[in-house]
Design a binder for this molecule. Structure first.
Ligand code: F0G
Length: 470
């Protein structure tokens, strides 16, 4: 696959340049703290970017989760909040938007994605069952394990290689999956946990051909497929751009077609759906739906609000419509690509092809002298902040955690630092600053030393762990 194929924005958009399909109506000032202030802030945060105060951050690329700018329509929607305990008008609007654009029958709102993961895992996994998926995600696997399941990675081999240019690195390896099903017995497979795009692989998409073939395979064995739809609109964009036969399809049509091959989905609406808080679960099976909406009242709230205010559900409903607009998704992914191209042109090692929501720096190649046990990706996140006040996130050995059976550290092939781009928040000039900051850290790489963990929380340690220089 030709790397250049993903590199020229002009080619993709059929014109010289491109711009966001919006203008800015309200601004939030940001400030670059001094080098000494940054040094103190990083020391106080024990080299963990999750422990920084946001006011000490200049450009915040920690996550694209809940950090989106809502549109004027969404803000207006907040005023239409129907804060009834039961049967809020906004719930029905959200249900209709989900049905229209994702195509599932039944909706259960939740406070965010992991609320939905919790409930689905409790309802659909029996202790001792296996949960195959296209690479783990931190909170998803945690809930699957807490429900007694064991996650098994069945993503294609190429996904574990940061430099491989496969256009659909999120694809499921169907042979690997079938071997697992035969080996364990179909009745011992809880479901296939499918994500589009795949966050931990670098925001890499799943092709339509792959999900269709996955459906056929699962039908042969009577196995269900649940989709992590968190960034499915971005996945749909990659299908439109890269998969033969879809260039003339709208994002909305591709999204709905893709979802039709799955039995249900969970969603962190804080990403694609362009809100600051919220999530949902959707399924087609009436019996499972009854179980889910019974469980939601224990953990989240009544089944017509699931931990959300009515106004939040309204903002999600409007966000669903906005996130499938072709011009929106093109500029959203285009901005990520813009940053990625700047770094590629400077020969800085990143995951390629560039993903949908973030540029992932390949910390193993960035710091070849720092062994994985000295946390190169965590080190790089700390260095970027120290250099430029830019906040990123580790996605490597710290995020991977320990094997629940052996207690040993997992050593993932990918050791990445994620520069995650919030939707509709930063400009091209901010991306230029970010690229220059990465370049400065790269130029200083030989003088950089690694970190060791001095405090390790039991669950999802990357959020709260503390580090010190080795
Ligand atoms: N699935 C995926 C693929 C995610 O990226 C996330 C969150 C979740 C599920 C959980 O959703 O945060 O609403 O509870 N990802 C954030 C991130 C935290 O920064 O990648 P949540």
């Amino acid at each position: 696959m030709d790397a250049k194929k993903y590199q020229t924005i002009g080619q993709q958009f059929g014109r010289r340049s491109w711009a966001e399909p919006w203008k800015i109506k309200m601004v939030e000032p940001i400030r670059l703290a001094s080098a000494e202030e940054r040094r103190q802030a990083m020391e106080g945060a024990f080299s963990n970017t999750f422990l920084l105060r946001s006011e000490d951050v200049y450009i915040d690329l920690l996550t694209d989760s809940g950090t989106n700018a809502m549109s004027d329509r969404q803000w207006a929607g907040l005023m239409l909040g129907d804060e009834a305990y039961a049967g809020s008008r906004n719930f029905y609007h959200l249900e209709a938007a989900m049905q229209t654009y994702y195509g599932y029958k039944y909706l259960v709102p939740t406070h965010q994605g992991r609320g939905a993961e919790h409930i689905l895992s409790q309802a659909a996994i029996k202790p001792g069952q296996w949960v195959p998926g296209n690479m783990y995600f931190t909170t998803t696997r945690q809930h699957q394990e807490m429900a007694g399941g064991t996650f098994v990675d069945v993503i294609i081999r190429e996904a574990h290689d940061a430099a491989d240019l496969h256009p659909f690195k999120g694809n499921v390896d169907l042979d690997k999956l079938e071997t697992l099903i035969k080996d364990k017995g179909a009745q011992n497979i809880a479901y296939v946990s499918l994500a589009g795009t795949v966050n931990m692989a670098g925001g890499q998409p799943v092709s339509m051909a792959n999900v269709r073939a996955l459906r056929e395979l699962c039908d042969r064995y009577g196995v269900r497929i649940y989709l992590d739809a968190t960034r499915m609109a971005e996945n749909a964009y990659f299908i439109q751009q890269r998969e033969p036969g879809y260039a003339d399809w709208t994002i909305a049509r591709i999204l709905k077609e893709f979802c039709s091959y799955t039995d249900g989905a969970w969603m962190s609406a804080k990403k694609d759906n362009l809100v600051n808080i919220g999530g949902w679960l959707a399924v087609n099976d009436a019996e499972l739906f009854e179980t889910l909406r019974n469980l939601v009242v224990i953990y989240e709230g009544l089944h017509t609000y699931g931990g959300l205010a009515g106004r939040d559900m309204e903002a999600i409903a409007i966000g669903i419509e906005e996130c499938v607009q072709d011009d929106h998704i093109r500029s959203r992914v285009g901005q990520v690509l813009y940053l990625g191209e700047l770094l590629i042109n400077w020969d800085i090692p990143i995951v390629q092809p560039v993903g949908g929501h973030a540029v992932f720096l390949d910390a193993k190649r960035f710091y070849p002298h720092i062994p994985q046990d000295e946390l190169p990706a965590q080190t790089l996140a700390a260095q970027l902040y120290l250099d430029s006040g830019i906040r990123s996130m580790e996605r490597g050995i710290v995020s991977a955690g320990r094997d629940p059976v052996t207690g040993e550290n997992r050593h993932p092939a990918l050791e990445l630092t994620r520069l995650t781009i919030p939707r509709r928040v930063y400009t091209q000039a901010h991306m230029d600053i970010v690229a220059e900051a990465v370049k400065a850290a790269y130029d200083n790489r030989e003088r950089t030393r690694g970190l060791r963990m001095i405090f390790e929380p039991k669950y999802l340690r990357f959020f709260q762990a503390r580090f010190e220089p080795v």
